[in-house]
Design a protein around this ligand. Structure first.
Ligand code: T1G
Length: 697
């Protein structure tokens, strides 16, 4: 008898119970247990109707993703679902929490489905680079029709119980929280009414209604933009289309073929890696799981500019009161007005209601003095990148804030240790580096200082979850993890243009790789003056920062989108970057001044120089302990810079290419180009010599 799936009878109802924490995933043990429990129910003469229900917080949340890539062990899920569907006794699935993927497919193999009103259902396989592989693409359209099935399966989005009822995916929705009581009541009703088995596979009206429609072609056309570069969404459409062109059994076979194509694609490997990595990052190496966490009930933010305003919104969105401090009332009023406008725009798009706008605005207040910070639990400083100013502010906060209040800086490059030294509480100082726009980008780089306490680190990691960010713990160095690697890519991109490439050629190589924006379009978005002032600061500090054609653009006031001209030009109210001959002239003039004869540069060289310099830097970040694991770097780049999740992140992608190839190319560039950035990382050399990968660290 399986420990994870049990059978018992309650009156005339045979109850099959799955209990496999944390989410009742369909491991080999669960699949085998389901078959054994069904057999018991079949043999139990007193059981008139069977009930499938789960213990814990949710119904089955899908196949066990940890088994992917390993040899599949029988019984496979399609066969389990088929056995439930062909049961001679009616089976009721009782759904709570989230019935997802193979979980929903198992419920669709049952004859009736009842759900709690708080439950959700979905087929999110596409988010893992897959498609529903246990009949979901064939059964869902038989209940919900082609359009809705295509929407659910290609988006992977969940559907609430009430919508599922309207779509015919579930037969009844009940309030309450006791799923077993709800399930038993519904099963007894089926038994009392003598309801027969009812196989979804036998339903034909929705298939007949959509047969021959052009919905599939329309959907494929729509996916061209939405699913640019992705593999499995298009296979999802092919699988659903098979439900309308083939008899059920052949449709299931076609689905299985397409599923295996997706399972073998590198995109599935990348997306599954990203799925687990996003969860692993919150388990900080060396931080005991039971480290106490401080309550963050009230927050202060310093600076009502773009970053400060966006940061404050995260807390209001999570229901945490936040006070923004500025030096002038005018700046404060302007900042609060920008926040309100952001919320109003979101409400106009229907994503929040007007009352939520007011509720969130009521949680945001302003002040011109730090006296109002005497009872906050956390202050986040978000002023411009001047170490002197930050030190002055942290000294004042140290006086104004209560003992135990956490003092955080949103700095993107400056040393947390130097900032902490301006206080008498370095153990309470940490970096909370948000990414612009701070209320949108999911990444939060949590920068630990030498003296930051475990409790403050644990509190910061818990806070990230509370404000729906993906927190990554990183060490304290110039640029931490993300920007340190970005600066290397930026320097290579500029050098490539010096040598003969055009900005748009460099950008296209990066967008073809899957980035939402290229290097230069991103500079225009952030503002060319930011990079310019960082280069000037580093020159002032005596660093040898080469002259750049981008300096000339900044000095001409071409700062990017905000001046409608930067590396590209922009039409009024349009963010689309347009190549500008004036910039080509500036670049040509710069090359002449520098005595550079431009040469044709291949896309492959651009890809290798922009990306391998980042990977080499990532290896250095790992060997310095600035990042604990390569997955921390992967998640930083996926959630902070839009690195395509289907490639798993830069370090996972490097493993897929082969570190020997990466190292050979880095060594070649070191010979050809020189520069510290091309000095092969010791860790890279070590991994190659040992035949290991970043993922093995
Ligand atoms: N398999 C294995 N482990 C899983 C899992 C799964 N399907 N889902 C979650 N976990 C682990 C997760 O790694 C974490 O582990 C813990 O559960 C809590 O997860 C044939 C082939 C269900 C909405 O894609 O969307 O079915 O870190 O932190 O925020 O067609 O987990 O604690 O060690 O995310 O409350 C389809 C994926 C699979 C669902 C809960 N199903 N999971 O969210 O908790 S493919 C999915 C989720 C499939 C069939 C195909 C979420 C959740 P740890 P969590 P949560």
């Amino acid at each position: 008898m399986s420990e994870v799936v049990t059978y018992n009878r309650e009156g005339s109802i045979g109850v099959i119970t799955v209990n496999y924490p944390p989410v009742n995933a369909l491991s080999h043990g669960v699949r085998s247990g389901l078959v054994a429990a069904l057999e018991q129910g079949r043999k139990d003469a007193d059981a008139k109707v069977l009930l499938l229900v789960c213990e814990g917080r949710t119904f089955i949340a899908g196949a066990d993703i940890r088994e992917f890539g390993k040899p599949m062990q029988e019984p496979g899920l399609p066969s389990v679902v088929g056995q439930y569907e062909n049961s001679d006794k009616p089976i009721v699935a009782a759904i709570h929490g989230t019935a997802l993927g193979g979980g929903l497919e198992t419920a669709l193999g049952c004859h009736y489905r009842v759900a709690l009103s708080s439950a959700k259902v979905g087929l999110p396989e596409v988010k893992l680079g897959l498609l529903p592989g246990a009949g979901g693409t064939q059964r869902l359209p038989r209940l919900a029709g082609a359009q809705k099935a295509l929407e659910m399966i290609t988006s992977g989005e969940f559907v609430g119980a009430k919508d599922a009822l309207e779509l015919g995916i579930v037969d009844a929705v009940e309030d309450g929280s006791d799923i077993k009581a709800v399930g038993l009541a519904y099963a007894r009703k089926i038994a009392d009414e003598g309801k027969p088995t009812r196989r979804v596979r036998d339903l034909t009206d929705k298939i007949e209604a959509d047969k021959g429609s052009d919905v599939f072609e329309q959907f494929r056309a729509g996916l061209q933009k939405k699913a640019r570069g992705l593999f499995s969404p298009f296979k999802c459409v092919d699988a659903v289309e098979a439900a309308f062109n083939l008899p059920f059994e052949e449709g299931v076979k076609r689905e299985r073929e397409l599923f295996m194509e997706c399972m073998e694609s590198p995109q599935r490997a990348g997306l599954v890696h990203a799925f687990f990595a996003e969860r692993e990052v919150s388990k900080v190496k060396g931080l005991p799981k039971d480290t106490p966490v401080r309550d963050i009930r009230k927050v202060g933010v310093i600076g009502a500019g773009t970053m400060g305003g966006g940061i404050a919104m995260n807390f209001a969105n999570a229901g945490i009161p936040v006070t923004i401090a500025e030096v002038k009332q005018e700046a404060l009023d302007k900042g609060l007005a920008v926040i309100r406008r952001n919320y109003e725009n979101t409400a106009k798009k229907g994503r929040i209601t007007q009352s939520q706008v007011e509720e969130r605005m009521s949680l945001i207040s302003g002040t011109l003095t730090y006296d109002d910070f005497s009872d906050v639990d956390l202050v986040i400083e978000a002023v411009f990148e001047s170490m002197d100013l930050k030190k002055k502010i942290f000294g004042q906060l140290d006086e104004a804030c209560k003992p135990g209040a956490i003092l955080a800086s949103n700095t993107s490059t400056l040393s947390i240790d130097d900032i902490a030294a301006a206080t008498k509480r370095p153990q309470d100082v940490i970096g909370l580096h948000f990414f612009s726009p701070a209320n949108v980008m999911k990444l939060l780089e949590i920068v630990r200082g030498e003296k930051t306490s475990d409790e403050v680190k644990a509190t910061a990691m818990a806070l990230a979850k509370q404000i729906r960010k993906v927190g990554v713990m990183v060490g304290n160095c110039y640029g931490f993890v993300g920007n340190r690697m970005l600066h290397k890519r930026g320097a290579e991109a500029m050098a490539l243009v010096n040598e003969g490439a055009s900005p748009q050629q460099v950008d296209k190589v990066l967008t073809d790789l899957g980035f939402p924006m290229g290097q230069f379009a991103m500079s225009d978005l952030a503002g060319i003056d930011i990079g310019y002032s960082i280069r000037q600061e580093r020159r002032k500090a005596g660093e040898d920062v080469p002259a750049s054609w981008m300096d000339k653009l900044a000095e001409q006031g071409r700062l990017g989108q905000k001046t409608q001209a930067g590396v590209y030009k922009y039409e009024e109210g349009n963010r689309k970057p347009i190549p500008d001959p004036e910039v080509d002239r500036v670049i040509a003039e710069f090359r002449k001044e520098q005595g550079i004869t431009p040469r044709d540069i291949t896309d492959q060289e651009i890809l290798e120089r922009c990306m391998y310099v980042m990977i080499n830097e990532g290896a250095k970040i790992l060997e310095e302990g600035i990042a604990d694991r390569s997955l921390d770097i992967d998640i930083t780049w996926i959630y902070g810079y839009g690195f395509p999740a289907y490639r798993g992140g830069p370090m996972f992608w490097a493993d897929q290419i082969g570190l020997d190839i990466i190292l050979g190319t880095v060594e070649q560039f070191y010979d050809d180009l020189g520069g510290e950035q091309w000095k092969p990382a010791g860790l890279l050399q070590e991994l190659v010599s040992e035949g290991r990968k970043f993922g093995d660290l």
